[in-house]
Design a protein around this ligand. Structure first.
Ligand SMILES: Nc1ncnc2c1ncn2[C@@H]1O[C@H](COP(=O)(O)OP(=O)(O)O)[C@@H](O)[C@H]1O
Ligand SMILES: C=C(OP(=O)(O)O)C(=O)O
Ligand SMILES: [K+]
Ligand SMILES: [Mg+2]
Length: 572
């Protein structure tokens, strides 16, 4: 039974994994055309059936819907081993690079708790990214992990390069030429800027700062194609360094003329769509329009929702923080480039502000860059790094990210363990200190149903904390109810049941939410008893466990009533 597509996937497993498919007509959705097949399971048992890529993904969902909970194997294992309160709430993102890209490396990261794999499109070839993304998908499919895939756009950046393969030292008082002239190789005391007009608007006396403080220069003369500068703060110039200009202690903003999405970014986005990634993180977002543009494009282009994250890494984006957060599906505090545009000592306060705004506006937030930088080279972190990670967890960031530590470092897996242990420890401490309820929630909803959903979630968390239940169960189509619960940072974990695979993958970035992929019907009571039975059979809940169940379902049978409820159930 060959369907379209060139990738071979075998559906033998769905037939032999114990599910009864004999009486079903399976619908394989290929692009917009549903193809309906009826087949006899007995006849097919053990035979290899070739189907297309898209059909395979749909089939992956169908497979999970039959008698399975579609919960990540690592979370399942932790639940059995450590119980409900032992589940880590803070999510972990790893940048994938040459040091961790084999199937075995990726499996080790998944086992060590990676929730999201990030692909930085600045580096390496598209073929490399394609192969490694497919490895992650295969890992999920074959080994029962649930690792989401994020691509991170290159964006348009102002960079300079001295042309030498490694770093070059700039001595105090030395005179350097920064030029847009193109030449091969390197010339002494000469640095190439990658864009015309880099010196436009710059005046003699301005300060040119490399990589947020690696070295600084004073502009002493404007010349054709560039600037002559004197080093006033000696240091290192790395290949492809970033630069910023300062006047009277203030940044001279020069990013506005660059497009947020370059031609290369658009083709990377096409690539992301075709590889069915879960998240696209957009670099150097300056306002809400860029995010809206991409979201509109994606919703017209692909039926599978892809979540769009805005990276906050420019001064401009800080001025427009709220409008950006409102239209995005999540935020990354990209401290690397942010540190080029604002003084480093301001970063901790800015991080705190961004995480706060994201929580208020109910958007997941990732704290990124240099969390465990020293572990690129050393097998143990500095105490200061552990303190930085702990602070992000204390602020209730949804997720923490590794960059070079996993992409090129020798101790990526160990770095991930440090994130895992540190976040678990800090979460426990926060719980013991009873700091959970610190935040006064701003009302988000405009319509009555939205306000009701929000109130139900706020009250549910308060009840769950007060009653000391073991877990909160929520049934959610797009993940909205789950996010409203997560926003309240409850003590018990939120088990979020959805029948939408893209929702499940998106919930991987949400604090304290454990995503499940299950078959859901319009009968909410049946959904609840079915999932509880299934979890009991699998030993994930047991007699005496107490769960608080939140449901919000709009019956599709023409009944306009919204059925919402909070129930507390003791497993019998
Ligand atoms: N896909 C990749 N292929 C090769 N090297 C990579 C890849 N992704 C990341 N790296 C390396 O890891 C380093 C840290 O990653 P990241 O912080 O994402 O990038 P950047 O340093 O460009 O901001 C990069 O500087 C680069 O050397
Ligand atoms: C995460 C960041 O972006 P990138 O690694 O793509 O520069 C950052 O600047 O901190
Ligand atoms: K990037
Ligand atoms: Mg950046």
């Amino acid at each position: 039974m060959a369907v379209t597509g060139d990738s071979a996937v075998f559906c033998r497993r769905i037939i032999t994994n114990g599910s009864d498919v004999s009486s079903k007509n399976w619908v394989f959705r290929v692009s917009a055309n549903p193809l309906r097949f009826g087949f006899n399971a007995e006849k097919l048992k053990g035979s290899k059936v070739k189907i297309g890529v898209r059909a395979a993904v749909e089939l992956g969902v169908s497979k999970s819907l039959e008698g399975s909970l579609g919960l990540d194997v690592v979370i399942e294992g932790e639940l059995r081993e450590k119980g409900f309160l032992g589940l880590r709430k803070t999510k972990l993102v790893c940048t994938i690079g040459p040091a961790c890209c084999s199937f075995e490396d990726l499996e080790r990261l998944a086992l060590a708790g990676m929730n999201v794999a990030r692909f930085n499109m600045c580096h390496n070839t598209r073929e490399w990214h394609r192969d490694v993304i497919r490895r992650i998908k295969r890992l999920n499919e074959e080994k029962g992990f649930c690792v989401s895939v994020m691509i991170d756009t290159e964006g348009s950046q102002h960079v300079i390069d001295h042309g030498a393969p490694s770093s070059v030292k700039a001595e105090d008082g030395s005179i350097w030429l920064f030029t847009t002239e193109k030449f091969e190789g390197s010339r002494p005391f000469t640095v190439q800027a990658n864009y015309e007009g880099f010196s436009e608007g710059i005046v003699v006396g301005d300060e040119l700062v490399i990589d947020g403080g690696m070295a600084s220069f004073e502009v002493i003369e404007k010349i054709e194609n560039g600037l002559r500068c004197k080093c006033i703060d000696p240091g290192l110039l790395l290949p492809r360094a970033k630069l910023s200009f300062w006047r009277n202690g203030k940044l001279v903003e020069k990013n506005q003329d660059l497009p947020t999405l370059s031609t290369k970014d658009w083709s990377d986005i096409e690539f992301g769509i075709s590889e069915r990634v879960d998240f696209i993180a957009m670099s150097f977002v300056n306002d809400a329009d860029a995010i809206k543009q991409l979201k509109n494009y994606l919703s017209a282009k692909t039926p599978k929702p892809i979540r769009v994250l805005a990276k906050i890494e420019s001064l401009e984006s800080l001025h427009k923080l709220e409008e950006i957060v409102e239209v995005s599906d999540g935020i990354m505090v990209a401290r690397g480039d942010l540190g080029v545009e604002i003084p480093l000592e301001q970063i901790p306060a800015v991080q705190q502000k961004i995480t706060h705004v994201c929580r208020q506006l109910n958007k997941p937030v990732i704290v990124a860059s240099q969390l465990l930088e020293s572990m690129i080279e050393y097998p143990t972190p500095t105490r200061a790094e552990v303190a930085d990670v702990s602070e992000a967890v204390r602020q209730y960031a949804d997720a923490l990210m590794l960059s070079g530590e996993s992409a090129i470092g020798s101790y990526g897996q160990k770095a991930l363990s440090v994130l895992r242990m540190t976040s678990s420890r800090m979460e426990l401490w926060s719980r013991e200190e009873n700091q959970q309820n610190g935040l006064q929630q701003r009302q988000l909803g405009q319509s009555l149903p939205d306000v009701i959903a929000e109130q139900i979630c706020n009250c549910s968390v308060e009840m769950a904390n007060n009653l000391g239940v073991d877990a909160i169960f929520v049934y959610t189509k797009h993940g909205h109810m789950a996010s409203l619960l997560s926003r309240n940072r409850p003590c018990p974990p939120v088990f979020a049941f959805t029948n939408d695979d893209s929702t499940r993958m998106a919930m991987n970035l949400q604090w304290g939410v454990m995503p499940f992929l299950v078959d859901l019907s319009d009968d909410m009571e049946a959904n609840i008893s079915k999932t509880i039975d299934l979890m009991k059979t699998k030993g994930m809940v047991k007699e005496g466990d107490a769960v608080l169940v939140v449901s919000d379902a709009i019956p599709s049978c023409g009944n306009p009533n919204v059925f919402q409820s909070i129930q507390v159930k003791t497993i019998v």
